[in-house]
Write a protein that binds this ligand. Structure first.
Ligand code: SF4
Length: 63
């Protein structure tokens, strides 16, 4: 699975980090999303999809 994050769309809400902290982080200054793992294992798909669904800005995608 491949995860992408568009930092131009991110509004720093932090839902992704709360939902999937192994995959997503936020930078200290602007709270914008940082990908900790761009290619998580397939068994993480459900939690990554939860994070995608909870992101209010549509900044993260799973492929
Ligand atoms: S949930 Fe969406 S808007 Fe919030 S920090 Fe994550 S990517 Fe950014």
């Amino acid at each position: 699975m491949k995860v992408t994050a568009d930092r131009d769309r991110c509004i720093g809400a932090g839902m992704c980090v709360l939902t999937a902290p192994a995959i997503f982080d936020q930078d200290q200054d602007e709270a914008m999303v940082i990908l900790r793992d761009e290619t998580p294992p397939e068994d993480a798909r459900r939690v990554v999809e939860d994070a995608v669904n909870r992101c209010p800005s549509g900044a993260i995608q799973v492929h």
